[in-house]
Design a protein around this ligand. Structure first.
Ligand code: AHR
Length: 336
């Protein structure tokens, strides 16, 4: 029995829309009474949408900022969000299956791993529950299994990382790549797509002599970078592409320990406060933002869908590339 929640609908629901990285506050006015011509100021009770959110939970500063923004946005949009975090695939699947049994209005999903979602999403589809993918996507990317996906572009970010290294070393260079989970069943779509973006844009004279598959953490990146620097101590290593800020900060610590900070340029993705501070301090050479603040846009997609409107299958959230100068300008007001 679908849990019914009748809320006294306020005449005005104020929502802050983050449209493509631009902050904007707007008003959504429930005009159903006016539209119906009843002339009455009373607004008929409406069900409060219950939205299941299969999140990942504490993983990195980026993830914390993203999930907090989503929760705040859905609260402001007047929807009840059931937040269920887990980085384990089986637990995420069980969470989505419970949302389906509970007949929620819609499901938000940030898949920790991209594989293994077909059966569960087919069940959601059969139950006519719209699914929205946030940040991470599924593999194979079967568009019929979800209503919409929203997030910044990982291939764009990987491409910009390559472009920075191309420009820094026009005569060629050798270096490492610290990737997120890119192999096997637990591959994360963001890591895979960042590598794809890099591979498409990197110049032929730039060589990634080795890579390490990390877990987005600083601790692991320190160990991996130390091992790589030792293994290639007779090579002129000039760069490290770390696929998120935490791994880049780990690489920076290991490089500094070897006295190589002036020799090796480190490029990262995310744009967290810690990353921007390290950029200003010269510990990182470039930080490419992967904007996590798209909760309001996600809420607007869900609201429109529940109102019977068609929404775009994919919404790309705009981001920017930081330099030490622009990072210094940004930091005083940086939200995450
Ligand atoms: O999917 C986005 C990635 O996941 C971020 O770059 C990383 O910090 C997060 O944990």
């Amino acid at each position: 029995m679908k849990k019914k929640l009748f809320a006294i609908v306020t005449a005005i629901v104020v929502g802050c829309g983050v449209l493509f990285g631009m902050g904007a506050c707007g008003q959504v006015t429930d005009t159903s009474a006016a539209k119906a011509g009843t002339g009455s100021s009373a607004v008929k009770p409406k069900e409060t949408p219950i939205v299941g959110y299969a999140a990942i939970g504490p993983e990195t500063a980026w993830r914390t900022a993203n999930e907090k923004d989503v929760q705040n946005a859905f609260k402001e949009a007047g929807m009840d969000l059931v937040y269920m975090p887990s980085g384990e695939h089986k637990e995420q699947v069980a969470t989505v299956e419970k949302f389906i049994r509970d007949k929620v209005s819609a499901i938000l999903l940030s898949p920790a791993q991209s594989a293994g979602w077909e059966a569960t999403l087919k069940t959601a589809k059969a139950a006519s529950i719209p699914v929205f993918l946030l940040d991470r996507t599924i593999s194979p990317d079967t568009a019929s299994l979800y209503t919409a996906k929203i997030g910044p572009s990982n291939t764009w970010a990987g491409r910009l990382a390559a472009t920075f290294i191309n420009k820094a070393y026009p005569k060629g260079a050798k270096g490492f790549m610290l990737e997120g989970p890119v192999t096997g069943a637990d591959a994360a779509s963001s890591a895979v797509q960042r590598t794809q973006g890099w591979d498409k844009a990197i110049d032929d004279n730039i060589a990634v002599v080795d890579s390490a598959e990390g877990d987005w953490s600083t601790e692991t990146a320190i160990k991996q970078t130390k091992a790589l620097l030792e293994k290639y101590k007779d090579d002129d290593i000039s760069f490290i592409f770390a696929q998120n800020d935490e791994m880049g900060l780990g690489a920076s610590e290991a490089v500094a320990a070897e006295g190589l900070s002036d020799t090796i340029k480190i490029v990262t993705i995310d744009g967290t406060k810690a990353g921007l501070k390290a950029l200003v301090a010269g510990k990182l050479a470039s930080v490419i933002e992967y904007n996590p603040l798209f909760g309001a846009k996600a809420a607007s997609l869900v609201s429109a869908t529940l109102d019977g409107k068609k929404v775009a299958k994919s919404t790309v959230v705009s981001s920017q590339v930081f330099t030490p100068e622009s990072a210094a300008d940004e930091l005083p007001t940086r939200k995450y």
